[in-house]
Design a binder for this molecule. Sequence first.
Ligand code: SAM
Ligand code: SF4
Length: 459
Amino acid sequence: MNVYDSELIAIQMATSGYQQTPSLEKADLVILNTCTIRAKAEQKAFSFLGRLARMKKKKPGLIVGVGGCVAQQEGAKILKRVPHLDLVFGTQAIERLPALINKIEAKRCRIVDVAMSENPDLFDPAPTERNHSPVARFVTIMRGCDNFCTYCVVPYVRGRESSRHPDNIINEIKTFVDSGVKEVTLLGQNVNSYGKKEGLLSFTELLARVQRIEGLLRIRFTTSHPKDFDQELINAFQANDKLCNHIHLPVQSGSNRILKRMNRKYTKDQYLDKVAKLRDTCPEIAITSDMIVGFPGESDADFNETLDLMRKVEFDGLFAFMYSDRPNAPATRFKAKISEPQKSERLQILLELQETYTKKKNEALIGSIQPIIAEGFSKKQSSGGLDEPNQATQWTGRTSTNKIVNFYHGDLPGSCVDIFPGKIVHVQIDKAYAHSLWGKPVEIEPTAEGSKGEKSYAA
Ligand code: SAM
Ligand code: SF4
């Protein structure tokens, strides 16, 4: 969501005549888009702001702004804490950004704008103004959250849940596709409740409309809340042949007692039952999740329930976090806090267990041929500014199950060296690493639609 919001901020600044620069030192305006989901993210934001003090000393005309969730949460307090800061703007102030910057340029004043609005369609900038077109894009379909999990700051900094109008979403995706985008990830804190409040389409109806967009090859979404994940969405995986074989279904804990204290509104058995139904219908599907260790009151027995759930599900991947208190979140006031060393010990145990499953799932793909959409050069090489691919240039893409696959340009089948981002490449998997796969490209398809970008091959 922050990536998407940062793009909106860049669009807004372009309308004020600013251009992006890859060099921080060259910037006349620095905007930091922040996250406050965990204490660490907030600390990182403040340490980056601290570093900008030296820059501002050297260049007094520099304008420094802080946006996003830390800005929404702390408001004017940040101006006091960071004397070289010019602007604090909240999660729903992006639409007003050009006016705020104009005012600062003209008056050299300091501004705080953290006003909230409930209508996500109020600010729908023309997507044509987006300044780069990768193959895969995020598209926010709803903002905010009404679930109030007791550890979570989102409802307080992003406001109540509200859905964008389907026409705006479809138009945005169509514009992306016209500029070369092949894959979209639809974003919401709980996509299952898309449109319910506003009486719009249901999420599966929205998926069906997105599926009909010509030229779009793959659809992903995140996040589905397990309490609302249902058979209708499971059926959509079968019915919608552009919907990728991957779901992120955050469980947070395997203990019923902790799930209740978290206000998650499902039990361990209900979660396991939904996973079983999903795998019955879609045996190939990859399932990833989020887990919190060290929630207040989490006993050894509770933690063992989490490990037990992991053994039963065997997730393809897991994002695991140590619980941290967040402003306004009710769990901040819960007693029986877990010590930092204990949290860290539990995290280690959990990550080690997960590694065995990630490895097992990745190794199971060795020998198989996976269709991926070439997204570009791998990270290492794109940061080196490589323009012309050579034999040793590494390309990267993802499987339908969201696993990263890298391969050499020099290994491309003879006539296919004119590869470009957006092409479907069939890669034979040779090696499985912890976070990626390595393979040899065996075929390049003319970019076709549907079938989740897949053909069936024997492993
Ligand atoms: N809406 C998603 C859901 O319901 O699962 C989660 C979105 S939240 C932005 C991303 C993840 O951050 C959560 O799934 C949770 O695991 C983690 N998280 C949120 N608050 C946290 C906290 N106070 N301490 C540690 N992890 C936290
Ligand atoms: Fe936070 Fe819960 Fe909403 Fe997810 S569903 S954003 S964890 S309050």
